[in-house]
Design a protein around this ligand. Structure first.
Ligand SMILES: CC(C)(COP(=O)(O)OP(=O)(O)OC[C@H]1O[C@@H](n2cnc3c(N)ncnc32)[C@H](O)[C@@H]1OP(=O)(O)O)[C@@H](O)C(=O)NCCC(=O)NCCS
Length: 146
């Protein structure tokens, strides 16, 4: 589900706990900025047993969106939660007349690259040594929406 302001405040700690270990602490910074109205990112969450088991952060400028982060708790991977989150953003993008979604992913992250490809994203660029800790290329992917 797309979290409104009060749900985001309620689940902030759970989302940050899941994301910060994977994304070097960036998740809590994104959420802090949303709460302080410094950006308009959308946060989608998937729940199991009333706890956050996955989330996706989407940034939108005009008619283009970018997936900033997506993560599913290790215990729940390969159970369809990532697919649920992707379906939700496709629905949101359709309603909001978004024409393209893009993202960057570590070159070695084959599970994520396979996941994105399954949902119609195509690889169309490489940013050399884009990531730190460890240094690694970023693969650029995008999907045109009709
Ligand atoms: C990428 C991620 C969000 C996928 O979430 P998930 O809930 O496991 O995804 P789903 O169960 O819905 O799987 C959807 C599809 O993704 C692909 N996929 C997911 N995990 C995969 C893996 N380990 N190996 C290969 N393909 C994989 C498959 O195509 C899968 O479809 P299938 O099960 O019919 O084969 C999850 O692996 C994750 O949180 N990874 C760590 C964080 C991360 O790397 N985020 C992306 C940063 S850019």
């Amino acid at each position: 589900m797309l979290l409104d302001f009060s749900s985001l405040s309620k689940f902030r700690a759970e989302i940050s706990a899941l994301g910060d270990s994977l994304f070097h602490g960036e998740t809590s910074l994104f959420i802090e900025d949303i709460i302080n109205k410094k950006n308009h990112y959308k946060v989608f969450a998937a729940f199991r047993d009333e706890k956050v088991a996955g989330f996706l952060i989407l940034s939108t400028v005009l008619d283009e969106s970018e997936i900033l982060e997506v993560a599913v708790s290790e215990n729940f991977r390969r159970c369809g939660l990532g697919s649920e989150l992707m379906s939700e953003i496709f629905g949101w993008c359709a309603k909001n007349e978004i024409s393209k979604i893009f993202l960057e992913v570590r070159e070695s992250n084959f599970p994520a690259r396979t996941y994105y490809k399954k949902f119609g994203f195509v690889e169309n660029g490489l940013r050399k040594n884009y990531y730190r800790g460890p240094v690694e290329n970023a693969v650029l992917m995008s999907k045109e929406l009709s």
